[in-house]
Design a protein around this ligand. Structure first.
Ligand code: HEM
Length: 135
């Protein structure tokens, strides 16, 4: 039987999600309700703009393990201690919220797919966190 390439399997799931018009709405619904602190951080945010920016940066995130993590540099700086001050523990809520949403949207999402999402996005998260308290 043909063995599917892991990155092909991730990309297929990622595309099913980002092509679904409800994916980002659902993600922010799950993420904002995951913690009061998170919902407060976004209380004055224009979520239309935010969704558009997340769409682009998710693509950067999905490439952070094989392309240049440089794509994420500006975003990481914006989130660091001196700017938005996004504390490192928020990133696990972010990733869990994204996976809960992907599981709800992608009809063929299984434990293997979940593992691939985590493995693919973790380097981008590690990069963001590594820039948290660099001055
Ligand atoms: C790796 C994960 C993340 C990515 C890729 C990401 C991406 C982005 C991007 C592209 C922006 C817009 C930056 C700009 O205005 O130039 C943004 C803004 C923001 N992000 Fe993140 N983010 C991530 C995680 C988080 C987490 C965990 C939090 C914590 C709650 C967070 C809170 C915010 C806030 C509060 C803003 C500003 C919203 C505003 O303009 O009102 N982000 N993020």
């Amino acid at each position: 039987m043909k063995q599917e390439n892991p990155s092909t399997k991730f990309n297929a799931s990622f595309e099913r999600c980002i092509n679904d018009p409800f994916f980002l709405d659902q993600f922010y619904e799950v993420f904002l309700s995951s913690s009061e602190e998170v919902s407060l951080l976004f209380k004055d945010t224009d979520m239309g703009t935010q969704k558009a920016m997340l769409m682009t940066s998710l693509v950067y995130m999905s490439r952070a393990n094989n392309d240049e993590p440089d794509l994420l540099s500006t975003i990481a700086e914006k989130h660091n201690k001196n700017n938005l001050n996004i504390k490192p523990y928020f990133y696990s809520l972010w990733l869990d919220s994204l996976l809960t949403t992907a599981k709800a949207i992608d009809p063929v999402f299984d434990t293997k797919t979940e593992k691939l999402w985590r493995e693919t996005l973790q380097p981008g998260i590690d990069f963001m966190v590594s820039k948290y308290d660099l001055v």
